[in-house]
Design a protein around this ligand. Structure first.
Ligand code: BES
Ligand code: MN
Ligand code: MN
Length: 457
């Protein structure tokens, strides 16, 4: 039975890659309003592919970019799997750091290079192709599937909740599957059982009504650049601990068992530093690098700007300074309460002579799943067969807001099955995805449908 699926995947692999190249040519940057119609093209590409695979599919319009919905539900008595992915991508900047242009996919050293290659077009595509393989060889799937592929993941999934709320019947399922994380390392596939949550905001600090001559007026009014820098500096103490009152109140501390599990994973700090181009690791005192990345909360500047940043000097007191901040959260921190606490903390730090605006972008809670469920076992078996190695259980520091929504609104847990690598430059120049991972991931997906079909529901 499965042999035919395997053969189909092998025979059609080259076509899958060339289709992925076409998909990656579409600049579906959800954050860029000048690329609205291109982003829509991304949705239309997915729609066509899902239809060709044998899923009954349609575009769902939203107030933002469309959602692609597709389903096949003829496996009576079998589990229903909710597959989520996103066709939108991060902005490609800084453009001059790409070896080949972000939307002209290039295949070299076993990887396909393009914006969205791993996050998430290439990874998500594996599930469409595995469905195609089953449908073309068997005319049916071993399980029921529902696909929800959205176009606003990289900007906070603002219209997805409403779709899920209003369409309970369409998305009712037993388990969700998302391939939008990473393997642990090359040759070490992983199942991710926890993700950090997030809160995101922008702070605008205003001083004089326009830029001033810093010789004529400097020293007599508060400089918004100086003031904002002071506020940002107050966010951490010198032990790397976040100073927002109540920030750690909800934090569930790691158990010794989990710390031991993290410590047992192979991790070469020197190699890690080298890969990132840093001369030291740093963070909250008392925690290992993996603990800091996966299980401790953070508060980070994402961007900060004030005054003149062009060529050469310019002597001014700027009128304004702005900063974008995100906090990564762990169970059981509350993004709503902490957004308020962050705003209040910053207002308290605001030097006299300045005013402050606070923009709350989005947030989601962190999640950790029990990794002894039958669904996890099914995923473990599928991955082991496809990758030739048993997956390790890991947590990840990134966030996928829909995972919380699936738990709250659909009542399902999510299998986070990442085929990418941390070194695939996601959100960075020269994003890439290994062609071998693409092949193995597609096979793992095809085997997963079979493994999940064994579970009684
Ligand atoms: N695929 C990532 C999330 C991710 C990457 C999780 C690697 C684990 C490992 C996703 O597309 C992403 O970038 N999420 C954003 C969420 C935010 C925009 C709400 C993130 O984590 O910054
Ligand atoms: Mn993603
Ligand atoms: Mn992303």
């Amino acid at each position: 039975m499965v042999e035919q699926v395997r053969n189909y995947l092998e025979e059609h692999q080259d076509r899958f890659v060339s289709e992925l190249v076409d998909f990656l040519k579409i600049p579906s940057v959800s954050a860029d309003s000048t690329l609205k119609s291109e982003t829509r093209q991304g949705a239309e590409f997915v729609l066509k592919q899902m239809e060709a695979a044998g899923l009954e599919s349609r575009l769902v319009e939203t107030d933002g970019h469309p959602i692609v919905y597709g389903a096949w539900k003829k496996a009576a008595g079998k589990p229903t799997v909710l597959v989520y992915g996103h066709y939108d991508v991060q902005p490609p900047d800084p453009l001059d750091q790409w070896t080949t242009p972000p939307f002209e996919p290039d295949i070299r050293d076993g990887h396909i290079y393009a914006r969205g290659a791993t996050d998430d077009k290439g990874q998500m595509y594996t599930h469409i192709k595995s469905v195609e393989a089953w449908m073309k060889t068997h005319g049916e799937l071993p399980v029921n599937v529902v696909f929800v592929i959205e176009g606003e993941e990289e900007v906070g999934s603002n219209n997805l909740d409403r779709f899920l709320e209003e369409n309970h019947d369409l998305v009712a399922s037993d388990i969700a599957v998302i391939s939008d994380t990473s393997q642990y390392a090359p040759g070490i596939p992983a199942i991710t059982y926890g993700l950090r949550g997030i809160l995101a905001c922008e702070v605008i600090v205003n001083g004089p009504s326009q830029d001033l001559h810093s010789g004529v007026f400097g020293g007599a009014v508060t400089n918004p650049g100086n003031g904002l820098a002071k506020m940002v500096a107050a966010l951490h103490d010198d032990q790397g601990r976040v100073q927002i009152p109540g920030f750690y109140d909800g934090v569930i501390e790691l158990t010794q068992e989990e710390r031991d599990q993290f410590a047992a994973l192979p991790f070469d700090e020197a190699k890690f530093m080298n890969a990132l181009g840093v001369n030291a690791v740093a963070g909250e005192a008392g925690f290992s690098t993996l603990e800091r990345r996966w299980a401790r909360p953070t508060c980070d500047v994402n961007g900060m700007i004030s005054g003149y940043t062009g060529e050469g000097p310019k002597t001014i007191v700027p009128a304004q300074a702005r900063v974008k901040i995100t906090c990564r959260l762990v169970p059981d921190q509350d993004p709503v309460a902490l957004t308020k606490a962050l705003e209040q903390f910053l207002r308290e730090q605001l030097p006299p002579g300045l005013t402050m605006e606070f923009i709350d972008f989005h947030g989601c809670r962190a999640l950790v799943f029990d990794f002894h469920s039958p669904y996890m076992s099914a995923a473990r078996s599928a991955i082991e067969q496809a990758f030739g190695a048993a997956p390790v259980m890991i947590r990840e520091g990134g966030s996928i807001p829909v995972v919380e929504t699936f738990q709250k609104l659909v009542g399902v847990e999510t299998l986070l099955l990442g085929w990418g690598q941390n070194t695939d430059n996601l959100h960075s120049p020269n994003e890439r995805f290994s062609l071998e991972a693409f092949r193995q991931g597609t096979l793992a997906s095809a085997l997963l449908w079979q493994e999940l079909a064994e579970i009684q529901v």
